[in-house]
Ligand binder design. Structure first.
Ligand SMILES: *Cc1c(COP(=O)(O)O)cnc(C)c1O
Length: 473
């Protein structure tokens, strides 16, 4: 038998597979004994590279390889993981992931995956119910918030951008998008990709809560028009990345309607609040948006990269890439079951299985509980920090994101920045906690996204103690 045939052996697969599932289950157990294992096994990048490079062609038992892969990774399921906003995948989603990989049905064309599009349509309609969209709405899943935002803005450009830009190119006008200075960098990138340059972003000032300052909308718009720009879209954050602030979507919706702008709601992180009975008020007005994105891998615990992109008027989703590719679809009518008509991707995996399985097994409650528990935890942490004389918070948390810093009277702004950056560096290399940092108006803050429902207030107290300990070193 050739090596290749051996590699496809189902018996080998069964043996290795059982082993791997056991190892993953052991890992999920071990990771919750917080003092046993570092959250981030820090190595210098060059050291890590030398190690992997040296071992590439060495023989290794699969179990040893799996173990090493686990050991050298950052651990999202660790209760002391509170860094970037990636959710620990639900075990149910991990299992669905095996099916996704095994079947590898490409969901772009119906005949290449007879389950994908019907399942996606079902899931999108599930989202619609909680968003408050009616049956005109439709959408699909795509690969990440960055691509989803770009796709939505491409649709906006085609629908509101003055002419058939997809076929004829950008008009002579300087087209531009309004968005707050708190937007995720991918919005800026999308605008530049569309060829509008730096001038294509018109920044709306924010208020003291880092939300769009609604009172500045008209002025910002009028100034841009006076500069000769043509605004065709406005983006609302739900919520913003850096501090997790929710823009007033109701007000943005009214403004967008008045000026005939496309209203896009970037709910990559916080859009999942639609599922929380307690926090759905944060996204009030989201149903006015022409397009909405919500990441599965952020606040919905999927293992795969999944972003829902949903249009209030589903017909618009067919206008994004209005091109002729007859070999893919026989006629040019809207075919909801051939997703390539609307998605950026050609080959696209059926990660939708993860969401479908989660909903089937646990209902909407699983998302409600996840959002509600993590958002509640950020509120508790804010109270703990406020009660301590050596800490200050940058904002009241509106989500599970919180920025704070150690603060000592008498220290200059620069000294405080250096101190907080040094603390974060020390924390990372020590590996006990994983948090990140962010710069807000030239002030460095430590930043947590409380992504783990096994993180407790006791663990957050430990984090504060650890920071204070580092500070005296
Ligand atoms: C994370 C994030 C994005 C980017 O999403 P990816 O899935 O990481 O590509 C866009 N917008 C906001 C508000 C985000 O928080």
């Amino acid at each position: 038998m050739t090596k290749l045939h051996q590699a496809f052996s189902h018996d080998d697969f069964r043996k290795k597979g059982h082993q791997l599932i056991d190892q993953v289950a052991d890992y999920l157990e071990a990771v919750n004994a917080p003092n046993e294992m570092p959250v981030l096994p820090w190595r210098d990048p060059q050291v890590a590279y030398d190690d992997w490079n040296k071992n590439l062609l060495k023989e290794n038992k699969p179990a040893d390889f799996y173990k090493k892969v686990i050991q050298t990774s950052i651990h999202l399921h660790h209760p002391k993981y509170m860094g970037h906003q990636v959710a620990p995948p639900l075990p149910d989603a991990i299992l669905s992931g095996i099916l996704v990989s095994t079947l590898k049905n490409g969901s772009g064309l119906y005949e290449m995956s007879p389950l994908a599009a019907p399942m996606e349509k079902t899931i999108i309609e599930f989202f619609n119910k909680y968003i408050g969209y009616d049956e005109e709405a439709s959408g699909f899943l795509t690969s990440g918030g960055t691509l989803a935002n770009l796709t939505a803005l491409l649709t906006a450009r085609q629908v509101k951008g003055y002419g058939d830009i997809w076929n004829e190119g950008n008009p002579e006008k300087q087209l531009a998008v309004m968005v707050s200075d708190q937007a995720h960098y991918c919005v800026d990138r999308a605008v530049r990709i569309m060829g509008f340059g730096e001038a294509g972003i018109v920044k709306i000032p924010t208020n003291d809560k880092f939300q769009v300052d609604v009172s500045k909308l008209e002025e910002t718009y009028n100034n841009a028009i006076a500069e000769g720009k043509t605004i065709f879209a406005i983006v609302g954050n739900a919520c913003s990345t850096s501090v997790g602030a929710y823009d007033d979507l109701e007000a943005i919706g009214t403004f967008a309607q008045k000026h005939n702008l496309w209203f896009h709601a970037d709910g990559a992180h916080g859009g999942a609040a639609i599922f929380s009975k307690k926090y759905k008020n944060t996204v009030q007005g989201i149903e006015h948006a022409d397009s909405i994105i919500i990441d599965g891998h952020k606040m919905m615990m999927t293992a795969g990269l999944i972003t829902a992109l949903i249009y209030k008027n589903g017909k618009n989703s067919y206008r994004t890439f209005h091109q002729k590719a007859h070999y893919l679809w026989e006629n040019s009518e809207a075919e909801w079951f051939n997703l390539t008509k609307r998605t950026f991707e050609c080959t696209k995996f059926t990660n939708v299985i993860e969401l479908y399985s989660m909903i089937q097994n646990y209902g909407v409650e699983i998302f409600d509980q996840y959002v509600t528990m993590t958002y509640d935890l950020a509120k508790s942490f804010a109270m703990m920090l406020k009660a301590h004389p050596d800490f200050e918070i940058a904002h009241e948390p509106e989500s599970n994101i919180l920025c704070f810093r150690i603060f000592e009277k008498g220290k200059s702004k620069t000294e405080l920045n250096q101190l907080n950056a040094a603390i974060r560096k020390h924390l990372i290399q020590e590996g006990k906690f994983y948090i990140v940092q962010t710069m807000i108006e030239e002030t460095i803050y430590l930043r947590v996204s409380l992504m783990n429902t096994f993180t407790t207030t006791t663990i957050l107290e430990e984090l504060m103690e650890e920071i204070l300990k580092i500070n005296v070193l």
